[in-house]
Design a protein around this ligand. Structure first.
Ligand SMILES: [Zn+2]
Length: 279
């Protein structure tokens, strides 16, 4: 009997992983097209260089990129490994989130949507230094709407409609917006130039809507500053990056938010223990 459940679980994991790879394929389309103002539904995928339309077998997650050795079949141009990376990440994250939240299918889907939005922002901000308004808007609406049906931090069965969760989402979104808004205003007054984009402020609201008004939210934001700092210092030291150049802060916020979603409470407990309960 136990073995039967184990087999069933492995089967679900494989199916979830494969679905994640296919979702990753779509996320690649969003990452490439959204900042260029193109439709994400039509036309079908094509080579960005020569426009060669991809046949179905050139569009299989992971496999196609590996078989074609990262080159376009027609013009042989080098296709960025980002395609491969996004697909791998999306498959792995689907398994990880299913492992953590799979007991509640709605919760699993909710957090997977959150992951998808984070991946899109991670790569677009890294390359273009912008966060599309459409993503922030869809994210805040999805995060708050879903919040009403997602039992935050409850493992026992709860009613389908869950006002506490929705209020927590609204609280998180408002808190994120105000917190980053204040940082943006303060920083621009001190530095006399725009130090943090308005896109980052709206993205903070998106993260707050999904993480809710919980300890995960400040943990995610602190991690973003910490990781951003770690990445910026070496560049500043070797002088490759002038300090006035913007850093893709949304990219670091996305990393911080995902870590906080998965391990935020554990990190906070660990930190409390380290600091001896002082903070
Ligand atoms: Zn081509």
């Amino acid at each position: 009997m136990e073995e039967y459940f184990e087999m069933q679980f492995i089967f679900y994991m494989v199916m979830v992983g494969i679905t994640g790879l296919m979702v990753g394929s779509f996320l690649n389309v969003c990452i490439y097209r959204l900042p260029r103002g193109r439709s994400i539904v039509a036309p079908g995928s094509a080579c960005p260089e020569c426009g060669h339309p991809l046949a179905w077998w050139e569009n299989i997650p992971l496999l196609s990129w590996a078989i074609l050795r990262g080159r376009c079949r027609s013009c042989k141009i080098w296709i960025t490994p980002r395609y491969f990376l996004v697909e791998i990440l999306s498959g792995a994250a689907a398994c990880l989130l299913f492992w953590e939240f799979g007991g509640n299918l709605v919760q699993f889907i909710y957090y997977y949507i959150f992951f998808c939005l984070l991946v899109i922002v991670f790569f677009i901000d890294l390359e273009h230094w912008i966060i599309p308004d459409s993503i922030n808007l869809i994210g805040v609406i999805a995060g708050i709407t879903g919040g009403f049906f997602i039992p935050f931090g409850f493992s026992k069965p709860v009613p389908f409609f869950f006002p506490e969760g929705g209020l927590s989402s609204i609280g998180g979104a408002v808190a994120g917006y105000i917190f980053f808004g204040m940082i943006a205003v303060t920083a621009s007054l001190l530095l006399r130039q725009e130090a943090m984009g308005y896109g980052d402020v709206k993205f903070a609201a998106l993260i707050g809507a999904f993480l809710g008004f919980s300890i995960k939210l400040p943990v995610g934001f602190i991690l973003a500053f910490f990781i951003g700092g770690l990445f910026s210092i070496p560049f500043l030291l070797i002088g490759k990056k002038r300090s006035k150049e913007p850093i893709p802060f949304g990219t670091f916020m996305a990393i911080g938010a995902f870590i906080a979603l998965m391990w935020g409470e554990k990190l906070f407990t660990w930190y409390k223990h380290l600091s001896g309960g002082v903070f």
